[in-house]
Write a protein that binds this ligand. Sequence first.
Ligand SMILES: Cc1cc2nc3c(=O)[nH]c(=O)nc-3n(C[C@H](O)[C@H](O)[C@H](O)COP(=O)(O)OP(=O)(O)OC[C@H]3O[C@@H](n4cnc5c(N)ncnc54)[C@H](O)[C@@H]3O)c2cc1C
Length: 453
Amino acid sequence: MKASSKVERRSPLRQSTMRKVSLICFSNDLRISDNLALCTAARESESLVCVFVQPPSVLHHNYGMDESVLRRQHLYQTLDDLDLSLTSLGQRLHRVTGGTAEQLRQLVDEFKPCAVYRSEQANAFATDPWNATEAEHPNVQFITLATNTLFSREGLPFKLHELPNTFSKFRREVEDIVVPSPLAAPNKLPPTVGAGDDWRNHFTPTERDSNTTFRGGERAGYDHVNTYFDGVFAQTYKQTRNALDGWTNSTKFSLWLATGALSARQIVHQLRRHEAVYGSNESTYWIYFELLWREYFQWYAHRHKHKIGAFNGISPHSPKTSFYPQRFAKWCHGTTPYPIVNACMRQLNAEGYMSNRGRQLVASCLVHELSVDWRYGAAYMAVKLVDYDVASNWGNWQYLAGVGADPRGHRRFNLQKQTQIYDPDGRFIERWNGADCDPQLDSNDMVDWPQFS
Ligand SMILES: Cc1cc2nc3c(=O)[nH]c(=O)nc-3n(C[C@H](O)[C@H](O)[C@H](O)COP(=O)(O)OP(=O)(O)OC[C@H]3O[C@@H](n4cnc5c(N)ncnc54)[C@H](O)[C@@H]3O)c2cc1C
C-alpha cells in the first residue's frame, strides 16, 4: 500500500496560479526541509511574507497558568534558527503574532495577500480562528497542507470518521504503508515585502537565553537525530526506553517534533538508514511503533476535534473526579505523599522534560490517587513541557483518565511497585529530592471552619 505524499486543501476561489503577494504562516512546522507549505508557497508566489503564528498554549483557556520560560527559550532558539535558514534563502522571519481570530484578521488586512499558506494542525481550537478569518476574506485563497504526520489523510486506509477506536487496530491497518520520503528544502525563496518587525521583541531578555539543556531549531534537531542513529542506542531502545532518566535511554525526538523543527517523516527516513547500516531488530522496530502512537494521536485529535479538551473526552461517562486546589498544588510542586511522583514533577519543573513512564505515573497519581480532574494535569503539562504537543498530550491524558482510546477503560499504576521496578536503588528519587514531602494529602485548619453562630 502506498500513501500519497501530498494532501492539500484550497479554498475554492482559484486553483494554483502565480500570486503577487502570499503569506506563509508557520506554526508547528518550524523548518525549511520537508515543509510542503513552504515549498508550495515558494513555487506559487512572486513575493512572500514569512510569519510565525503561535497557537494558544493550552486549548481554550490557560487555567491561570503561563508557558514556562524553558519552553519560551526553546521556541526562541527554534525561531532564530528558522530566521537564519530563511535569510540564507534571501528571506526573513517578518513577524511573530498570536493565533486569535482578531490577530489573524489584522494580519490578512495589513498584508492583503492573494493567498495564505499554512500547515494543517491537529488542534481544533487553533483551527477555529483560521476558519473565521477565511470566511471573512472571500477574495483571499487559504491553502492548508499536511506537514506534520507520516501519512496523508488520503493515504489512510479508512475515512477519518472511521479512525479505529484503539491504537492496536490503527497500527495493524497502517503499519505496512510506505512512509513518503521527506522533501528537500527549497534552494531559493521569493523576496519579502517591506522591512518587517523585529520579531525578537516578542521575547524577554531571559527568554532569549541560549544556554539551555535542549537547544531548539532545525539544525540542532538534525544533529541530534544523526548523533542518535550514528550510535548504537537505537539497537537497545526497547530495553531502555522506560527508564526515568538518561539522555540516550529514549530518543528525545519529541523535543524537535513538537515545534516541527523535525518532521516525523525525516525521522523515519533516518531510522531506515540506520537499519540499513546497523541492522533492524525489535528495538529499531519499536521506535517506529512509538512514532505510530504519535501518528495515532494526531489523527485522533483531527477526528475528535474539540472533544480532546472535554472532561468526558470521547466517553459517554464523566470521570468521578473534581478539582481540589490543595492536592493539585502539591502535585505541581512535587510534594505529594508519593516520592516517585514528586521526583518526576520536580524534574519536569526544572528541565521541562519527563520520561514517558514518569508521565504515566504522575497522570495516574493525579487522577486515581488524588481524584483531580485530568484536564488540570494536562493543562499543567501544556505549559511546562518543552515538547508539548496538543494531540499527544491531551490524547495520552484522556487515555490514562479512562475517557479516551483505551480499551481497558482506565490505567491505575501501583506507585510502590513501579518505584521498585524503575527506581530500585532510589537514585532517581534522591536526585530530585522526592522523599522530601508532606505525608498528609489534605489539611483542615480549625480557623477555616465555617461559623455557625
Ligand atoms: C500524560 C502524558 C502526556 C504526554 N504529553 C506529550 C506531549 O505533550 N508531547 C509529546 O510529544 N509526547 C507526549 N507524551 C508521549 C510521550 O511521553 C513522549 O512523546 C515521550 O516521552 C517523549 O520522549 P522521547 O522522544 O524520548 O520518546 P521515545 O520513547 O524515544 O519515542 C519516540 C517518539 O515516539 C513518539 N511517542 C512515544 N510515546 C508516545 C506516546 N505515548 N504518545 C504519543 N507519541 C509517543 C514521540 O514522538 C517520541 O518522540 C505524553 C505521554 C503521557 C503519558
